[in-house]
Design a protein around this ligand. Sequence first.
Ligand code: NDP
Length: 334
Amino acid sequence: MSPPSDQHRTALICGITGQDGCYLAAHLLGLGYRVVGTSRDATPARLGGLRQLGIDQQVVIEPASLAEAELLVNLIERERPDVIYHLAGQSSVAVSFDKPAETFESIATSTLHLLEAIRTAAVPPRLFVAGSSEIFGTRQTTPVTCESTLDPQNPYAVAKTTAFRIVQQYRREHGLFACTGVLFNHESPLRPARFVTQKIVAGACEIAAGRQQELRLGDLSMERDWGWAPEYVVAMEQMLTRDTPEDFILATGRSHRLQDFVAAAFRSVGLDWQDYVVQDEQFVRPHDGSHPLASVAETTERLGWTATVQLSELVRRMVAARQSDEVASVSRAA
Ligand code: NDP
């Protein structure tokens, strides 16, 4: 299990079309990796994020679903990756209530399939699995570490908790180099529109452009730790180039209210959020309680990674990216 070191390392990114998959692919290409990625639907429309980063022609896309164990074995045999990143799966808590089976299979069962494929590979690749702060629930009162009590409170969290434990069990039982990055929220211009952060950025920009009058949101007091996604993929890569596999919390260590995110977005377009935002009961979700604070001391000390982009800068970047997209689409249409 020596760390991959030569210049022709191959990385397999499961879920390459997602926010993190795109940034990770760009980061790994920059480090000299050959990058192969899976997508269930490798149509041009799904490759928008990779295209936005200008790397869609530099990666190899394999149409694949992680539901098929044999297909994964064949893929690993054929591509012989040195490292595998499991970033695929149904990633919305809200959707997980409507699709619990799909959520579980795409997160937990897929992790098991990957671990089995790696365990039986001639040369086992290293594996990073995307975990989630949702595993801690909303009732913890002290900053959480990877050893904290797990208290999953929704189908997505149950699936992430199962995957987290399976990875630990395979590491213990089979000595695999497999680890989980327990990811707190992280955002970017590539965040899908269904997430509230993109809804806020879009709303502020539309209101500033005079195309929308108000923005309706749920509970503005709920707290999250929001980081900048392109920084988080650097930590993922670092986790797979250490001497030993270990789980780490990936977070900024600072929590903010949704209201702070909203205020920053409107500030970025020169407006006061209080003039435009309406709190609407229909958007309040009972499962959206505040997440616990993250303890990032171990991550800083042992992984040597720290998130540097703070909330107001992160929001400013998302707003600027949306506004420059609008300018580009207007000039394309002209
Ligand atoms: P995205 O939702 O942007 O991307 C996930 C990718 O997984 C999609 O592009 C899609 O690829 C694939 N996918 C989506 N639904 C399914 C499904 N039902 N079955 C199988 N594959 C599916 O997620 P992110 O990039 O933001 O996150 C990466 C990982 O990190 C995910 O596991 C997420 O749960 C986790 N995470 C993310 C956080 C965040 O704040 N971003 C916070 C905590 C955890 P395709 O359609 O091409 O197959």
